[in-house]
Design a protein around this ligand. Sequence first.
Ligand code: DX5
Ligand code: ZN
Length: 224
Amino acid sequence: MINYLISPSLLSADFARLGEEAVNVLEAGADMLHFDVMDNHFVPNLTIGPMVCSALRKFGITAPIDVHLMTEPVDRLIKDFAEAGATYITIHPEASEHVGKSLDLIREYNCKAGLAINPDTPLHLIPPVLGKLDMILIMAVKPGFGGQQFISSTLDKIRQTRKLIDFQKREILLSVDGGIKEDNMAEIAKAGADTFVAGSAIFSQDDYGKIIRKMRAQLKNSEN
Ligand code: DX5
Ligand code: ZN
């Protein structure tokens, strides 16, 4: 049985009540939190930084936080987010001058390292740094905004990434980000994903527990 993880993206939460939203979605059954950092340069949107991550930790959040850095340059923020309590730090290869060095930096700060792959980014960037990765984040939308449509060609990318991961023995999460809804999760899981980032699909609902239970039921079905 695969240990599927549900990682709500705080991008769609109510920022005015962020601590409360984080607590509520975790109590509703989420496994971790996805924290989207956008800089109005690498992507055309501006969100939250290390002070907000640190504020969530001070508020009492102990669950893993996956910091998805859509920022350029990226290296200086790695230190800031490590100190702010990030668990995973996920970078885009396009935003780093030297991807291997950025991933080493993440691990030197005792965080887990993730690599985000955009819809247009080729997978051949992964093998040279596979040994440094704890997570591969396959983007199923162009990064920048929540609420976009899942790009279906991503499914093939997930299948190929699953093969790359299974080829070696270390645990590497295969996370998918963008356009995930209750009704496409089963096929995304069948393609090989184990971690599901969902923003609008969860935070648009009144009852987070109900939608997360429905999502888990879909994931269970996908194993039959
Ligand atoms: C997009 C972000 C996503 C976003 C997903 O650039 O990386 O994490 O929050 O939002 P939904 O689940 O609404 O597509
Ligand atoms: Zn994200």
